[in-house]
Design a binder for this molecule. Structure first.
Ligand SMILES: Cc1ncc(COP(=O)(O)O)c(C=O)c1O
Length: 364
């Protein structure tokens, strides 16, 4: 059994994917080819926002709006203490300061009631990560941002395909970003990402920043990056997007099956009312996490720990954080979370095997 079986997916769509890749090779249009334009159109349609800007990774997708907003050294940006490092590290990369907020025991996302106490005169914006596939209450976050004149970026690297109040993830905030890293719910065959916004001026700035700040050929208005998506990746994503809704449905069925078999000896993840999760991860909480992980591996079941060290404790942020500040929920999660096998083509038998093995090990 694999934690995320990408080979099964390739075999299922092989003819279409091979054709798409070969089409790009035959056209030799490896950069800014037709598949990029087609994908951007499909992505903006899927999400329901004006602009979808493809780029080279979910990390660069975060960097582009931060640069476009003109983040300066010592600006403060609020972000969750428990997440993948990219959202916080891109803030630091621009010499601004990530201001960490603890997370909610309900949905693993930023604890909204603790945001306001972290806002200062230096705060410029909020990055809300939609962790494990589910958005936080972005309306509530937008309301706080409006009160203090801040922007909001949804880091939807793990939630592309989820919904909040009937509207897709990536359509709720000033800007949203996602990742098409191979193991993400919608993944390509390398690195890739996208930025979403309805703000046309910001979109133009980000499109330029993605190509060395280029306004027209060899005329540069800004210092920028080379952060474009390869045409081949766009062609692959174009194929996978056609099958995506079906894969989301399968992920949701698998999550429901996990939750129906596992008992309350473990903390079960749930999609909050009004939200659908895309289940990038099905992550449980267990007191004996490391022991369970080892025993599952002995039975041939791979699992993962997302994430074993909270962000404020990462050496990388040492110079920027308040020493000894407590993030109790984040800390507890880092000691107890365990992600179970999950992907778009996982079978009922596999889910049953994993869940029943956990129950049996609990009864040993
Ligand atoms: C929440 C989150 N943000 C950002 C990223 C960065 O994406 P990428 O790996 O495509 O740079 C990831 C990737 O794991 C992620 O999980």
């Amino acid at each position: 059994m694999q934690f995320c079986d990408l080979n099964r997916q390739y075999q299922k769509y092989q003819t279409e994917i091979d054709q798409a890749i070969n089409g790009v090779i035959a056209s030799s249009s490896f950069i800014n080819g037709q598949a990029i334009l087609d994908l951007e159109k499909s992505l903006s349609g899927f999400v329901g926002v004006k602009h979808a800007i493809t780029c080279s990774s979910g990390t660069d997708a975060l960097l582009l709006p931060l640069m476009a907003y003109g983040i300066e050294p010592n600006d403060e940006i609020i972000c969750p203490a428990f997440s993948f490092i990219a959202s916080a590290s891109m803030i630091s990369f621009l010499k601004a300061k990530p201001v960490f907020v603890d997370v909610s025991p309900i949905d693993f996302n930023i604890q909204i009631s603790k945001i306001e106490e972290k806002i200062t005169s230096k705060t410029r914006g909020i990055i809300a990560v939609s962790l494990f596939g589910q958005c936080p209450d972005l309306d509530a976050i937008n309301a706080i941002a409006k009160k203090y004149n801040l922007w909001v970026i949804e880091d939807a690297a793990q939630s592309f395909g989820a919904t909040l109040n009937g509207k897709p993830s990536c359509s709720h905030t000033d800007v949203a970003t996602t990742s098409f890293f191979p193991a993400k719910p919608l993944g390509c065959y390398g690195d890739g990402g996208a930025v979403f916004t309805n703000d046309s001026e910001l979109a133009v700035r980000m499109m330029r920043l993605r190509s060395h700040g280029q306004e027209k050929r060899y005329v540069h208005s800004h210092i920028g990056l080379n952060a474009r998506m390869d045409t081949i990746q766009a062609a692959i994503l174009g194929v996978k997007l056609k099958h995506f809704n079906q894969e989301i449905e399968n992920r949701q069925k698998a999550a429901a099956l996990y939750s129906s078999i596992l008992d309350d000896s473990v903390l079960l993840p749930e999609a909050v009312e009004g939200r659908t999760s895309v289940w990038a991860q099905y992550t449980i909480g267990v007191a004996n996490r490391n022991e369970l992980k080892e025993k599952l591996l002995e039975k041939g079941i791979p699992t993962a720990v997302h994430y074993p060290l909270i962000l404020p404790k990462q050496e990388a942020f040492k110079s920027q954080i308040v020493p000894n500040e407590k993030f109790e929920v984040a800390q507890l999660f880092s000691e107890t979370v365990l992600s179970l096998p999950m992907h778009g083509l996982i079978s009922e038998n596999e889910v049953e095997f994993v869940a029943n093995t956990i129950i049996e090990l609990g009864n040993d």
